[in-house]
Unconditional design. Structure first.
Length: 133
């Protein structure tokens, strides 16, 4: 839906566009980027569990509506022990009050919101810096 759903809020760039760009940026730094988009909470939780078993170094996550509702995904992120950055395309703090609370922000390495798809680029840059510490 990205690129067509509320483009005035989320922009016109598609998820495939963002994924392609980030894969290229990661490859330039000698890293491999894995990507998952799902509207099913259990799939996200299972992927986080798999990431731990695979030795994933860092996660960039846009929990979307799960930001405000998913204790289960929060618990999976905590259990994984994998550092992560929370990203939101829109400025969630300038939107409806129910969007102001995040179950992830307090356990994230950082939070980026309101910068559109550029937030993913910035999150990747920050993640790579932290991996190379």
């Amino acid at each position: 839906m990205l690129g067509t759903r509320e483009p005035e809020v989320y922009g016109y760039e598609t998820l495939a566009d963002i994924d392609d760009r980030l894969r290229s940026l990661a490859a330039e730094q000698g890293h491999h980027l894995l990507h998952l988009q799902s509207n099913a909470e259990y799939e996200l939780i299972e992927r986080v569990h798999e990431a731990r078993a695979e030795g994933v170094d860092f996660i960039i996550i846009n929990p979307a509506a799960f930001t405000h509702t998913s204790v289960a995904l929060r618990d999976a992120m905590l259990a994984s022990g994998i550092p992560f950055i929370e990203v939101h395309l829109s400025n969630v703090h300038a939107r409806e009050p129910f969007r102001h609370h995040s179950y992830f922000s307090d356990i994230a390495e950082g939070v980026i919101c309101g910068l559109g798809s550029q937030g993913y680029d910035l999150a990747l840059q920050a993640a790579l810096k932290r991996i190379h510490r």
